[in-house]
Design a protein around this ligand. Structure first.
Ligand SMILES: [Zn+2]
Length: 328
């Protein structure tokens, strides 16, 4: 029997590996060049040699393929409810079928026990696997019939599945309604991780920014969007320019750059502050400088906090809506 097709987070390497194309990989890599540095193992992700460029592109392509595949056909909250309700219903049906077995049928299911020891091959295992001792037992002259553990467990399973379905539906209700109002096609996976195209653009930004700090611009046709499209083409083998990618590039590039600048500034100011606070021979103006730095750091921190939601914009590009984007 073939198992029914179902959505699962597990994907094989084969499914997510980009189609073999050294040419596409080389072209994508060239967008990060020229490479002036040799490999430095200690630098890890910050190494900007040609080999690391290739490796990071490969990993990004795999990441995108993974999220893209998982997003495809991922269940909505309503599907989880349907699945759980089905289990509840079937558990009840099976428990009812067991309870309604007449004593001859109950007897029949117990007969194999007699043969268990002398039986050859897999049948004994089958009796064990089906746990026949827990099946409903027929009555005898001295003892009334009993329904057994199978029925008890099925009843508990039905109740569990129903309870979990109800509480899940309640907890998701508000979220589903919100998403339905936005008119977007959504699912539980996308709600958790965001759209795959956004994940690709964000990942590409990090890679690009390592090799070409603060050079990424969002303008269509400029080097960064070109790089994103090359990664997409390498990952999928699909040569078509992807308008969804450009949508996310436009949304993400500016706040990403600003966020990067803020974090760098913050790091520099914090090390200066650290130095002043532990300085064993402070100058006359040290206290004033510390006060100034503390104030500046707090302002920058607040700006970084404010910018954070813009790094992960949630709205999706819409196909049929002439209304202007609200820019969130
Ligand atoms: Zn390297």
């Amino acid at each position: 029997m073939n198992p029914p097709k179902r959505w699962s987070v597990h994907l094989s390497d084969q499914e997510v590996t980009p189609p073999h194309s050294p040419k596409r990989l080389a072209r994508t890599k060239a967008a990060l060049g020229p490479f002036k540095h040799r490999h430095v193992a200690e630098l890890g992700q910050s190494c900007v040699c040609a080999e690391c460029a290739e490796e990071r592109i490969r990993l990004l392509a795999i990441l995108f393929n993974t999220y893209h595949l998982l997003n495809k056909g991922a269940p909505r909250a309503a599907d989880v409810v349907t699945d759980l309700d089905l289990v509840a219903r079937k558990a009840r049906e099976l428990s009812e079928a067991l309870v309604s077995l007449n004593d001859y049928a109950r007897q029949r299911l117990q007969i194999p026990r007699k043969y268990e020891k002398s039986d050859h091959g897999g049948t004994a295992t089958l009796f064990k696997k089906a746990n026949i001792a827990d099946l409903p037992l027929p009555g005898s002259r001295t003892q009334p019939a009993s329904n057994g553990l199978w029925v008890e467990k099925l009843t508990a399973l039905e109740q569990l599945a129903r309870l979990m379905s109800d509480t899940f539906a309640q907890s998701r209700g508000a979220q589903e309604q919100k998403d339905a109002d936005k008119g977007g096609r959504t699912n539980l996976f996308k709600q958790q991780y965001g759209p795959p195209a956004r994940i690709l653009v964000t990942g590409a930004w990090h890679v690009y920014n390592s090799f070409k700090p603060e050079q990424a611009k969002g303008t269509a046709g400029s080097p960064f969007p070109q790089f994103v499209n090359l990664v997409h083409e390498y990952a999928t083998g699909n040569r078509d320019e992807n308008s969804t990618l450009q949508y996310w590039i436009t949304k993400i590039v500016k706040p990403r750059r600003r966020n990067h600048q803020l974090l760098q500034k913050l790091s520099a100011l914090e090390s200066r502050l650290d130095y002043l606070q532990t300085d064993t021979a402070p100058q006359d103006n040290t206290d004033a400088e510390i006060a100034g730095l503390t104030e500046e750091i707090s302002v920058i921190r607040q700006e970084a906090i404010d910018i954070f939601p813009k790094l992960f914009p949630s709205s999706s590009p819409r196909k049929k809506r002439p209304k202007k984007s609200t820019g969130n």
